[in-house]
Each structure stands twice: as C-alpha cells, then as structure tokens.
Design a protein around this ligand. Structure first.
Ligand SMILES: [Zn+2]
Length: 560
C-alpha cells in the first residue's frame, strides 16, 4: 500500500519537484513503518508520480527556488544550475575503492538533493551484493554482524535545509514539523539494508556482534556545503587530533542546532541544489573485535625473558615466553597482533614452576574465532611440542572481563620460591637450621639497585612467612621460601649492599649470594568449557593453591 495520504500531497509534490527522492519524501512525511522503504526504487518513483499526477495541474507551487549562492564553474559550463539539473539525467555513479574493482553506473538516476544517493542506489540489492562480496573475500569467520555506515557530514546540512523548506510550507497550512518528526536517514537506511545483508550473507544482524562491517561514504562534489557554518559557529569547529577535517558530523550537527533559521537561509539554498553524482564509497572495512585466550605457563629456562628483551633497539635474547606462546596463537587465529599480559612476572634467569603463572593474550582482529575444545587442546599441544623452555596448560578462550580478574588476583598473594644459596664461609647443617624456625619475618626493602631505573625509590616492608632449608655442601644450601607478593627474593638473600634489612647474609653473619631461583606459582585456573563468544559466561577462575575458586561474582564455588 502506498504510505502517503492526501495531507502529505503538498509536501510530497514540493520535495519531488525540488529534486528529493521518494524515500526521503517518505521520511519527511513521517512514514515510520519499514515496508514502503524496502520496495524497489523505480516502483516507488512511478507510484509517487501517479499519486501526485491527479493534482499536478491544480497545484500551484509558490516555492521560492533561489539559485544556489555559489554557481560552480562546471555548472556554468554545462549551462545548468542546481535546480534545472533535476530535469536532466544526472550521472549517478557508484565506485567502490580506488582500484575501481566494483563500479556501477546508473545513468537514469536523478541524484536526490537530500540523501545524495544513499536512499537510492546505495540501498539497492546490487550495491549490497557488492559489499557482501567484499565481506566474503575478507576471509573473516562470523556468525552474525554489525553493520555501520558513515555518511558525509554535509548530509546533515542538506537535511536541515530541506526541513526548513518543508516546515515553512507546512506552516502556511498551520501545520508544524519538528526535527524529530522526520525519520532519520540512518534509520531508513537500516530498515532497507539490514534484511538484504542478512539474506545475502545468511547471518543475522546483531548490534552486539564482534564482527563489524563498515561502509564510509563521501561526496566530494558538495564538500563545501558545511564551510559557511564555520564562520557562524567557530566554536564548533576546533581542530582535533586524529581528525582530518574540522567538519565532523558531530561538529556540523552542533552548529546546526545553534544557527538561527534566518542566518541559515541566507547562507544555504532551501531547497538544497541537486548534485550531479551520488556519493562515493571511500571504504568498505571488515573488522573483528578482539578475542582472549588464557592459560598458565611454566618456564624451565634460566635464559628466557617473559617479554622480548630489547635494549636501545637491540635484541638481547632471541626469544621470550610471550613469543613462544603467541606466535602459534597468531597463526591459528589469523590475528593481526596480540597483547600479552600475566599475573606477575619473573626475571629472565628465574624458572616458573608449580601450577604455572596465569597469562592472557588478547588477539587483535582475529579472522578465525570458533574453536572446539579439542582444537584448543591441540593448539596447546602444538605450543608445548615446539619448545622445551616453556609448557602451557589450561589453554582456553575467555572473556575480556576475565583478564581484569587475573590482574586483580595478582595482589595480596603468598608466593613460593626455591633458591640455591652460596655462602663465603664454610657452613654445617646446624648453621642453617635456625632459619626453619623463623616465621613471619618483617623485612624492609629499599628499591633494589637493579630496578631503580624504572621504579621509584621507596622503602617497602614485606613479610617472609616461612623458610625451609636443605643442606647441600659446605658452601651451598637450598632455601624454600613463602613470602608476601612483591618481595624481592634476590635482595633478601644477598642484602643489596644493605638496602634490604635483615637479609640471609646478615642473619647468618656472613656473605650469601643467590645462584638459582625458581618461583612456584600456585594460583590456579579451573578448566571450564570454551567460552561462547558474545556471551558473558565466565570461565576463568583463580584462587590460592589448594583453596577454593572464586567466581566472577565472588561466590565460592568448589575446591578441586
Ligand atoms: Zn533521498
């Protein structure tokens, strides 16, 4: 059914005669149900003309059709001005990306003076098909998508001009038209294109999807439409970082809200003049939101940093824990890049034993995101087979929120270490036994010399909860420690030139040094089914060694 009624006739006639497309006419007449917009453009145009024909003869247009202020050179040469252009065949052109791989010409189109073709050929099946081809060629794995469009900012100026025109016309009939009575261009575009996308790609459009297809439109021909606003509202157009132009859509809308009606009319033609060409497509972009993989790692090498060790641009060691794990993930997820994070870190010469240190990896713009738990297991095996320096366990997909919990879990934990100690004086078994009896020893640690270049100078009090010794020979023994998180173990052994007090050396009244150090990380993650993407299901748990697990909401779950 044709959605316009008798009372819309006057406005519809006015807009059509000034170069506005049928779908924009629907918008200005407040047609807010989807069906009429979705019908083929040619059908709409024919029906609209038929609908208006009956009265065409009687209808007297008293529309002031001022020629545009700036008549462009090109237009003068062509002998047409904006309005007359309407009667001619405008050259509609769609071109996608500069290589011209997708281009269509539609020579029968009068380009709409309000939407600049957006509600004309850019919502026809042909165009959607071309976007979908790009999406399919991009190689992303997706089960739904969010579609976003960016329109040129001058569309808002033209919309404003058309609104003033219609408002004035309706005012003559004692009718009013508020800004919000008009159906927004974006809305109408969505109504038409979303079903087409869904049909073409076979997946639903979902605002929460991590897969985003975005189309950026531009209209070089009318780029100057916005410029007069800057003189009137200079405050709205301040240069900003990362913005190519001050004429952003936001700034333009802000200025349009400020500008007085009569000032606008003086500067900009109402109705807006008709352009020669439709918008161009600057970019069709596909992107997938990050996915997160977490697990725990053990490090068995005393020559492996956690993250790439680069000083003054020079690489000091050839690999790192982060790379040994992430390189495999990058390849399998076909991601662009990654960010590695972990619950604490160990020095390059410290091994990480026990249940392993929790880590998480953010995979940026992954092309593959769906994995079965079996596939994740195989991936973990692949990482473990590729190096004997590290081993990974409990590898799983997690939500972004889980990462925050991992970072929180780092604090206020007891840490376990084992160290091999050397002494300058000969020792007997009995010389070290007293250490076993010391409980909750308070020590003061001045920021160690070795980290002073990156940590502020401070004195921190830490607690050595317990120690256990195992005698080796006259100059060596093993020391097992349970300490408060954040204790500098190496300094607690050798004293750091008296900066850590007391220390093993001072307790034993001799010089002690540390030869080897291992950290035992006993936080654990309970293995859970693979996270469903887009769901907030929580599947990443941390707790103290042997204790229970805390869920995301803080409920005590169970003790494994
Ligand atoms: Zn239009």
């Amino acid at each position: 059914m044709f959605p316009l009624t008798e009372e819309n006739k006057h406005v519809a006639q006015l807009l059509l005669s000034t170069g506005t497309c049928p779908r924009c006419i629907f918008r200005f007449c407040g047609v807010d149900f989807h069906a009429p917009y979705k019908r083929p453009y040619k059908e709409l145009l024919n029906e609209l003309q038929k609908f208006l024909e009956t009265e065409k003869e009687e209808l007297i247009l008293d529309v002031p059709n001022p020629p545009p202020k700036k008549i462009r050179l090109q237009e003068l040469e062509d002998g047409i001005d904006g309005i007359d252009n309407l009667s001619q065949n405008g050259e509609g052109r769609v071109s996608i990306l500069e290589d011209g791989s997708i281009a269509s010409k539609n020579s029968n189109l009068n380009v709409c003076n309000v939407c600049l073709g957006i509600l004309q050929e850019f919502c026809e099946k042909e165009f959607i098909k071309k976007v979908c081809q790009k999406v399919e060629a991009s190689g992303f794995e997706f089960t739904n998508l969010v579609f976003s469009v960016s329109f040129p900012p001058q569309l808002s100026v033209r919309e404003h001009a058309a609104w003033l025109l219609v408002k004035q016309e309706m005012g003559k009939q004692n009718l009013s038209l508020g800004r919000n009575d008009i159906v927004q261009l974006k809305e109408a575009y969505k109504w038409i294109t979303h079903p087409l996308f869904s049909e073409e790609l076979g997946v639903p459009i979902d605002g929460k999807s991590l897969f985003e297809v975005s189309v950026i439109f531009a209209h070089p021909e009318t780029v100057e439409d916005c410029h007069f606003l800057r003189a009137i509202c200079p405050d709205c157009f301040k240069p900003a970082k990362n913005k190519q132009s001050v004429f952003t859509r936001m700034a333009v809308v802000k200025a349009l809200n400020k500008i007085k009606e009569e000032d606008f009319r003086k500067q900009f033609p109402c109705p807006p003049n008709s352009p020669k060409a439709v918008c161009t497509v600057l970019e069709i972009e596909c992107a997938h939101g990050a996915v997160f993989v977490a697990g725990r790692y053990n490090k068995y090498s005393r020559n492996l940093p956690q993250t790439p060790w680069i000083i003054d641009g020079e690489r000091k060691l050839e690999s790192s824990v982060e790379e040994l794990i992430s390189d495999h993930l990058l390849a399998v997820f076909k991601a662009e890049s990654f960010n590695f994070s972990s619950s604490g870190r160990e020095d390059v010469d410290v091994r990480t034993l026990g249940n392993g240190r929790p880590f998480a990896i953010e995979l940026v713009n992954p092309h593959r995101v769906h994995f079965t738990s079996q596939e994740i297991k195989e991936l973990q095996q692949k990482i473990n087979n590729s190096s004997n320096k590290i081993q990974v366990r409990d590898l799983q997909l997690v939500t972004r929120e889980a990462i925050g919990h991992m970072k929180e879990g780092e604090e206020e934990k007891t840490k376990s270490y084992s160290a091999l100690i050397w002494t300058n004086k000969a020792i007997q078994k009995k010389d070290i036994e007293f250490l076993n009896d010391i409980k909750d020893l308070k020590i003061d640690q001045k920021t160690p010399l070795r980290v002073l270049h990156r940590r502020p100078l401070a004195v921190r009090t830490r607690i050595i909860h317990s120690m256990e010794t195992r005698y080796v020979d006259e100059h060596h023994f093993h020391l097992y420690l349970k300490t408060q998180a954040g204790t500098y173990i190496k300094e607690f052994v050798h004293g750091d030139f008296g900066r850590t007090k007391p220390n093993i050396g001072s307790l034993m009244n001799m010089t002690a040094d540390i030869l080897e150090l291992d950290v035992e990380v006993n936080h654990f993650i309970v293995e859970m089914p693979v996270c469903t993407l887009n769901s907030t299901k929580f599947c990443f748990f941390f707790g103290g060694g042997g204790g229970g697990a805390l869920s995301q909401t803080g409920t005590y779950l169970y003790s494994p």
